[in-house]
Design a protein around this ligand. Structure first.
Ligand code: ZN
Length: 363
């Protein structure tokens, strides 16, 4: 096994990485807008992160991202735990049997075990940071509070531990839709960063493998993060929508196609050919193993394996009523979101495709 990092070493590593990203974002975007982005840390012993906007509508963005040290610690320990878990005999057999049409290595061969843990952790850490940035880029606090013309501190937390009564009605709808929107921003930024890092520099075929390996580890980590943010369970999928966050399974199902479509596009744009079918199966195996690890290693699962695994929306008729509510509210708030978004990659703006709309509304 690779050397185990102490908790303090994990915190220091995370602080260095995220401070550099904050500086780069400040320099690239916020400086030109006369705005500011800062990073903060909290010692609250809970798996949580949040975004604070102090922006006055119509003026420069004033944003802050705060992560709990405990979140960072658990992300690292999950990366260690996952990498050990997928090398166990039962999981290796499962890969051979359940994924028999397209079995992929349990961990990408292009990385050492130590690099797998480090890359999975880095993917998870930057994804959480970018998810909070996604809330801020689209000023979700203002959309949620419908604040007009005043300076109000808007805070969006990933675990709504202070809410005595779960959100209902319009507030719940907006909260769920903007969580999915922040997932899109975060995932897009992570996939683009990975392509910039691994694909831009040369046309070596190995780079496509390393990029794909990194996408695999990112997807594994997402499944773990979604369950952790939902307090360890998949979460309810019922309507009318209540609470603040979508279910873990729904978040995985909606983000997986975005990952493989974006990865495929970036590979092609950089001169690499890889069949979309291979990427689909890579992403599916990664998401399924992430869910399996979380549900069967960290907690004792209450869902059947088959329901935890990606099936594709067309095979999830139970998602239709929920999806209809998401489409309706997203279409309503979309113009406000677009008007608030002053920087970002086009692909980061959540698009609910015609196919998704047809699935949602056709009985
Ligand atoms: Zn969020």
């Amino acid at each position: 096994m690779p050397p185990k990092l102490t908790d303090l070493e994990i915190y220091e590593f995370a602080q260095n990485v995220l401070s550099r990203i904050t500086e780069k974002l400040s320099e690239t975007y916020y400086k030109n807008l006369n705005g500011s982005l800062t990073l903060g840390w909290s010692e609250e012993p809970q798996f949580n992160a949040w975004a604070e906007s102090h922006t006055i509508p119509g003026q420069a963005p004033n944003h802050k991202i705060i992560l709990n040290y405990e979140l960072v610690r658990q992300l690292y320990r999950d990366a260690e735990g996952f990498c050990a878990y997928v090398q166990t005999e039962p999981v290796l057999n499962l890969i051979k049997n359940a994924f028999k049409n397209h079995p992929h290595d349990c961990l990408p061969r292009c990385f050492t075990l130590e690099s797998c843990i480090k890359n999975m952790f880095l993917s998870a850490l930057t994804w959480v940071y970018y998810h909070e940035l996604g809330h801020l880029m689209q000023e979700h606090g203002m959309v949620r509070n419908n604040v007009v013309g005043s300076a109000t501190k808007n805070t969006i937390g990933e675990i709504d531990s202070h809410a005595k009564i779960p959100l209902t009605g319009r507030a719940a709808l907006i909260s769920h839709a903007t969580e999915l929107a922040a997932d899109f921003e975060a995932t897009t930024l992570c996939v683009f960063s990975s392509a910039l890092h691994f694909l831009k520099e040369s046309s070596d075929l190995c780079d496509a493998e390393v990029f794909t390996g990194n996408i695999y580890l990112l997807t594994c980590s997402l499944a773990c993060i979604f369950y952790r943010f939902n307090g360890g369970t998949a979460g309810a999928m019922g309507t009318p929508i209540t609470g603040s966050h979508p279910s873990a399974i729904y978040r995985i199902e909606i983000i997986a196609p975005h990952i493989y479509e974006l990865a495929d596009r970036l590979l092609k744009e950089n001169g690499f050919e890889m069949t979309n079918g291979r990427l689909i199966s890579v992403v599916k195996q990664a998401a399924d193993l992430g869910s399996l690890y979380y549900n069967y290693s960290i907690t004792s699962a209450s869902e059947k394996t088959i329901d935890l695994f990606i099936k594709g929306f067309t095979n999830r008729p139970e998602f239709k009523p929920y999806s209809r509510e998401i489409v309706n509210i997203w279409d309503e708030i979309y113009p406000t979101i677009v008007a608030s978004r002053r920087f970002g990659i086009d692909a980061g703006l959540m698009q609910l495709t015609d196919a998704f709309r047809q699935f949602s509304f056709n009985e």
